[in-house]
Design a protein around this ligand. Structure first.
Ligand code: ADP
Length: 467
């Protein structure tokens, strides 16, 4: 679980606040209930005490106090109703004391004597039980004063409070759990558009700069964010398009003067009157112009690929056949370097694409293989089916590529060894073109190499369906 995530922090905060609120609310309810139950109980006892004082004692005299005993027993039967009743005369003599209740919960004899200024209600302890006692003062027929105390154990109140506490203890975690689960779902739902935006943003590359993030129509910061990001992508797209257009225009403009220069230089080189030194210089200038033409052609090809031009004329291409003819055409170049090219192509391995672009892939790979394989080396080109895909492999036993350079060989203008590559006429664009074309047709290119032993380039492309 990611404890730094927004959803975790929100839900934790929410759960914490909710728990505190519930606990406070529970405590308030229990306190209020306790007060209410106690007040109600005392009220009942006080009413009974006043009743005794009002009905029995007004007719009683100090001398006939014992009459009270039978009357109280008859009218209120305190033992049967678990009640404590005590009537005390002015001089402290107990005129009447109820017996122990039937459940023996308290002992009336142990209830402390009421203080001189006994409050209207008080809590007392008797034999380990808490009693709530209300008192009332009365005067008998002969003017003698009495204190009537009526009370009862608060066991009933405590039982109710315990039950309410148990209920709250069970309900509180349950309520918090339900609220947290609900909160988690809500936060998740609220963050879903953000996740969708991130997913779409991750999928936007220079291949699909026209894609936009989903706009959340919530009218809040989320909507503002999605709109702002979309505006930013639009600006980036315009900038990208501008720079691509610049490269395309520049390479296109450079092509014609370079062709003219090349023609003129070739014509000049034909002149037999030229001094040997001049001819040599001309030859090297021609070589540089040729390299420049290669770079310009490469840049033009890449900018066209970037513009998505290659995707237009996709057709069914027999990869084996294409590989065999291309290998045949390149064998002259290989022979010049005394490198042997072999081609083994399985029949009927068809892919979808533009044949001239796919051919360029094979040409670039074979060209590199021949370039970077010393005299007497061997280059193998194979086309097979592998796991439901077409697999084109160009393997050489040349100089190989160092492991640290492998991740970079497909980058534009990257050369493993600038001087070595330059001698061979490379500018570091060949493999970028291969990758660009492969990307346009859903193919994947990978390379493995052992320095000094050779390299293998593999291209996996989905097979074309039967037509
Ligand atoms: P270049 O035009 O310079 O050959 P590429 O893009 O075709 O550029 O290749 C990039 C780099 O990868 C080259 O500079 C070269 O060092 C290395 N490379 C490519 N193919 C091979 C190969 N078959 N054997 C050894 N090195 C290779």
């Amino acid at each position: 679980m990611n404890t730094r995530s927004l959803s975790f922090r929100l839900v934790t905060w929410y759960a914490g606040v909710l728990s505190v609120v519930f606990v406070l609310l529970g405590a308030l309810i229990v306190l209020w209930l306790q007060r209410y139950l106690e007040a109600d109980f005392i009220d009942t006892q006080a009413r009974r005490a006043r009743q005794i004082a009002g009905t029995l004692l007004v007719v009683a005299t100090r001398a006939h106090a014992e009459v009270l005993t039978s009357e109280v027993e008859r009218l209120y039967s305190p033992e049967a109703s678990d009640r404590f009743i005590r009537i005390t005369a002015e001089d402290g003599q107990v005129v009447y004391l109820s017996g122990p209740p039937k459940d023996e919960r308290f002992d009336p004899r142990q209830v402390p004597v009421a203080p001189a200024a006994a409050p209207a209600a008080r809590t007392v302890d008797s034999a380990g039980a808490h009693l709530l006692v209300a008192s009332a003062r009365a005067h008998g027929a002969d003017g003698s004063a009495f204190l009537v105390e009526v009370g009862g154990a608060r066991t009933g109140i405590d039982a109710i409070l315990r039950r309410v506490l148990t209920l709250l203890a069970l309900a509180l975690p349950l309520a918090v759990a339900v609220a947290v689960a609900g909160g988690f779902i809500l936060v998740r739902r609220a963050l879903t558009p953000v996740a969708q935006m991130a997913e779409t943003a991750e999928a936007i590359t220079h291949h699909n700069p026209g894609e936009r993030l989903p706009v959340v129509r919530s009218g809040d910061e989320l909507e503002r964010l999605s709109l702002a990001l979309n505006h930013m992508i639009s600006r980036l797209e315009a900038a990208l398009h501008g720079s691509k257009q610049f490269v395309a225009d520049a390479s296109h403009e450079l092509r014609t003067p370079l062709t003219v220069m090349r023609g003129e230089l070739e014509n000049l080189a034909q002149d037999h009157h030229l001094a040997a030194e001049t001819r040599e210089s001309l030859g090297s200038v021609l070589e540089e112009v040729g390299r420049l033409t290669g770079i310009v052609e490469g840049l033009l090809a890449l900018s066209r690929m970037d513009a998505g031009e290659a995707q237009a004329p996709a057709q069914r291409v027999d990869l084996g056949e294409l590989a065999a003819t291309t290998a045949g055409q390149m064998s002259l170049l290989a022979e010049d370097k005394d490198v042997r090219i072999s081609c083994a192509a399985a029949p009927d391995v068809a892919v979808s694409g533009d044949p001239s672009r796919l051919k360029q892939v094979i040409v670039n790979l074979l060209d590199n293989a021949i370039k970077y394989t010393p005299v007497g080396g061997e280059v193998c080109l194979t086309v097979t089916r592998d796991a439901g895909m077409a697999l084109l492999e160009v393997r050489d036993n040349g100089i190989g590529i160092p492991a640290e350079a492998l991740p970079h060989v497909f980058q534009r203008f990257y050369r493993v060894d600038g001087s070595r590559s330059r001698e061979q006429g490379g500018a570091g664009l060949g493999l970028s073109i291969v990758e660009s074309i492969c990307g346009a047709y859903g193919a994947q290119v990978e390379v493995s190499s052992t320095p000094g032993a050779g390299s293998t380039f593999r291209i996996r492309q989905p097979l074309a369906g039967k037509t």
